[in-house]
Design a protein around this ligand. Sequence first.
Ligand SMILES: Nc1ncnc2c1ncn2[C@@H]1O[C@H](COP(=O)(O)OP(=O)(O)OP(=O)(O)O)[C@@H](O)[C@H]1O
Ligand SMILES: [Mg+2]
Length: 365
Amino acid sequence: MSDLVTQFKNFMANFEKGQLIGVDIGLSSVKVALLSKGKKNKFKLENYASIPLSEAAIIEDEIQKPEEIIGALIQALESAKIKPKICNLGMDGPNTMTKRLQVPDGSKDEVEDNILWESEQYIPFGADESEVDFAILGKLEEDDVVDVVVAAAKISVIETYMEYLREAGLIVKKVDLNVFAINNLFELVVQDELENVSDLGSIIIDFGAQTTTVLVYKDGGPILSKEIPVGGVLVTEEIQRQMGVSYEEAEDLKTSGDENGNLPEEIVAIIQAQIQNQMSELRKVLNFFIAAGSSEQVGFCYVTGGSSRLPGLMSALQDIVGIEPKLLNPFDVIDYDKKVFDSESVDSISATGAVSMGLGLRSAQ
Ligand SMILES: Nc1ncnc2c1ncn2[C@@H]1O[C@H](COP(=O)(O)OP(=O)(O)OP(=O)(O)O)[C@@H](O)[C@H]1O
Ligand SMILES: [Mg+2]
């Protein structure tokens, strides 16, 4: 009983203060962001924590160590002093899918039926076993069709994740896809020039630890989203292998260099090889949008994710996309308290916390 009362109080506290929590369970760490929406609808990052996960906590998108994930969630909430419980959970990986579709227009019910019917063929893990959601982006009057973006996730996987969050004391109000979190954050960051960016199109890339998520945004929403199974952990593993150090030591060497803060030559070579590998994978996915003379070429390129900080990555990316990539900086539009976050943590959160902040933006909807 008292549990219920506490839960109810937390629920109300969440809404009264307009506090929004985004939870991102990444390969390298669990991230929790608490945002608030203040005057003039301006968002503020109130609290944030990222708790590193061990090497084997998640393998090929499967959580191998639920206790570790739950423990990391509890630790994140404690260390960020986050009291409210209602959150938006982000998902990605092979148990999720997104698709931009055009379906015949009609009554509300007809359109919904059309969307569900059309989506089925794109859900590799079975529509019957999936939670399907969609957002209508607009109508193309001349063709009498509705432009939509559809998202689906496997119910059994959602339930497993929700159970872990429940065990950590969180209540999942909404389940979102990480790629939409990036999409929403992107729309917010470029809000002042959204029309132009949307017309010309933009590539947005999240360079994570295990996954590189690619989004092409055009005409009011994502027209392509793709997860490539390459990321920063490949660099860490190669450092581990070549230098005979532990995973943690290899992470340290990669992100902070040796005792003098310099990157040893071997590591620079490993990073360069990995960047080349990533760029050739990206080229395959983006070919259509970056090929010289292609009518689908886009005007902008933004990046986020911890591995976007790999030295040399931005210039290698510029070489393949032919546009100067910019860092998608959440703090261009989201306030934060300088007493809570120092400049170093703000810099790191701006890359690794983008998904959790993007999830937080929508947790009140
Ligand atoms: N300064 C840095 N230089 C190079 N790599 C970095 C730096 N900071 C973080 N990384 C790398 O970024 C990765 C973590 O980034 P991020 O938190 O975005 O990934 P994730 O969300 O855990 O992974 P995924 O999205 O693939 O599940 C790690 O591989 C980490 O080593
Ligand atoms: Mg991530």
